[in-house]
Ligand binder design. Structure first.
Ligand SMILES: *[C@@H]1O[C@H](CO)[C@@H](O)[C@H](O)[C@H]1NC(C)=O
Ligand SMILES: *[C@@H]1O[C@H](CO)[C@@H](O)[C@H](O)[C@H]1NC(C)=O
Ligand SMILES: *[C@@H]1O[C@H](CO)[C@@H](O)[C@H](O)[C@H]1NC(C)=O
Length: 479
């Protein structure tokens, strides 16, 4: 052994030790920052990023080729060709040539009036704190130029635009609203999916060549902070679906990304970042896990319907009441709008969103960052819901959402208990320091003020702020 060789060996050993140290350091670091394995056991333990629960209100956008027929619902293709629902079959017979295919609708998805800045400003004005856009619905058409969806994406046909990118940019550049994406795992008529299905989901060709590459694509390129997936037909094993949230939480948006619970058969209401359970889920009782009420302003459809009637749309009162019932039980409200194929959001949707924002400007203190109170509704006055807001002063206030204006002049509440004579009652957007008296054995009688339209901005759903009434213990929701 020469001296030179010895030196080389020592140097090598030194390098190996350095390398091993580095590896060990890295894996330790992962343990500390929380690495999640692609198993429900591991993923279900991830705490929900706090922004999501604080947000309370989001906007859902259903937009795709189904916005072209804009008839019946976004399930139009399925009802026409799948279940052959009579009204959809007749609509096609009456209005289109016999050889017209669903794919022929795509060039008519023109989006010529789509101004993403206007949309972003409208969503911001609505008071919503997050937006979830359909990147791809069950029809399979992608609203971004997916290389795995040849000639069935918004760049190759129809808009010739990257709708996902454009909206993501506008929202991020102009607003503080979080950007999220809906993504349908399954595709009604995709031949590759259907062939896997015929094989009893024993083959995974569709998952390997379509779902996974596309999910990877949208997660890495658009960094959605909400990943709202939808499937209940195939098993999570077929979808390899624990892999996706684990990819997402390990991605660049890892600290803030949230995922829902629709990751294949049996996962709904059971696994995932938060629970959506069923469409328009609104259980009316406090839930142990964070949940979301995904619902529509058009009561009959998520996609735009050209022949909708005014009565099909929720009134602002109904919408705000749904918000109150949802947040008082620990949920978030995800309000759906269906834009048209031209890229417009019709004035009826715009009006609802702007009304919501107007109301939020007055009543936001009762909503954002609020938590469910001890009582979700009042024991004495049916139809009253409670909510607690935690202030930095550490002094809890109770907010009473009043559905119907008390015409008797007295609002009698059974649940709040005044802690001292210094307790006070205000109407948000109206009178402060309203006269009240304790009720026996418990509760408070509020002498409701006369509302003067010229000086009050309280309307639609009235919120009384109760200060010093309870040392309410906030109910902390698990993720
Ligand atoms: C938004 O920001 C992106 C990235 O910073 C930029 O490329 C784009 O031009 C901006 N778009 C608008 C509409 O301001
Ligand atoms: C399925 O998930 C595992 C991790 O559980 C991953 O290693 C594998 O690449 C995934 N398969 C596909 C096709 O994405
Ligand atoms: C009030 O809350 C209770 C308990 O959470 C629930 O059972 C009841 O349905 C609610 N009442 C109304 C009117 O929603």
């Amino acid at each position: 052994l020469t001296c030179k060789m010895l030196r080389a060996i020592v140097l090598c050993l030194f390098l190996v030790i350095l390398w091993a140290n580095d590896i060990m350091g890295k894996s330790k670091q992962h343990e500390e920052t929380g690495t999640y394995l692609p198993t429900w056991d591991s993923l279900d333990k991830r705490p929900l990023p706090s922004w999501y629960d604080e947000a309370k209100l989001g906007i859902f956008i259903h937009w795709g080729v189904f916005s072209v027929p804009s008839f019946d619902s976004e399930w139009f293709w399925w009802y026409w060709r799948g279940t052959k629902q009579a009204n959809c079959v007749k609509f096609m017979e009456d209005n289109y040539p016999p050889d017209f295919q669903y794919a022929d609708f795509a060039p008519k998805f023109t989006t010529e009036f789509f101004n993403p800045n206007d949309w972003a400003d409208l969503f911001q004005a609505s008071g919503a704190k997050y937006v979830v856009l359909t990147s791809k619905h069950h029809e399979g058409f992608t609203n971004w130029p997916s290389v795995n969806s040849w000639n069935w994406n918004s760049m190759d046909v129809g808009p010739h635009r990257n709708l996902v990118q454009e909206l993501a940019d506008s929202i991020r550049n102009r607003t503080s609203v979080h950007f999220g994406l809906y993504h349908s795992l399954y595709e009604w008529f995709n031949p590759m999916y259907l062939s896997d299905k015929e094989n009893g989901f024993k083959t995974q060709d569709f998952v390997k060549t379509k779902t996974m590459p596309e999910l990877y694509d949208i997660i890495t390129n658009y960094k959605p902070e909400v990943i709202w997936d939808g499937d209940w037909e195939a098993t999570p094993e077929y979808w390899n679906s624990t892999y996706i949230p684990s990819l997402a939480v390990q991605s660049k948006v890892s600290d803030t990304v949230v995922t829902n619970d629709r990751w294949g058969q049996g996962t709904m209401c059971k696994h995932g970042g938060y629970f959506t359970c069923s469409d328009r889920y609104n259980p009316g009782t406090l839930q142990a896990r964070k949940w979301e009420n995904a619902m529509t302003i058009d009561k009959k459809s998520w996609g735009f319907r050209r022949n909708a009637q005014l009565a099909d749309y929720l009134t602002i009162e109904e919408l705000l009441q749904t918000l109150a019932t949802t947040i008082s039980c620990g949920g978030n409200l995800l309000v759906n709008v269906g834009p048209s194929k031209d890229g417009t959001i019709h004035p009826i949707f715009e009006e609802r969103l702007r009304q919501m924002g107007q109301w939020m400007n007055v009543n936001g203190a009762a909503v954002y960052k609020s938590q469910p109170w001890k009582h979700q509704n009042d024991s004495r006055t049916p139809g009253v819901w409670y909510d607690l807001v935690l202030y930095t002063t550490n002094q809890g206030k109770v907010y009473a959402f009043v559905f119907t204006w008390p015409s008797s002049g007295i609002l009698a509440l059974g649940s709040p208990l005044a802690t001292s004579d210094a307790a006070s009652v205000d109407l948000l957007g109206g009178e402060s320091d309203i006269t009240w008296e304790p009720l026996s054995p418990t509760g408070v009688g509020i002498y409701v003020p006369v509302i003067k339209p010229s000086t009050t901005s309280a309307k639609w759903l009235w919120v009384f702020q109760l200060t010093g009434f309870v040392n309410a213990k906030a109910t902390q929701l698990k993720g």
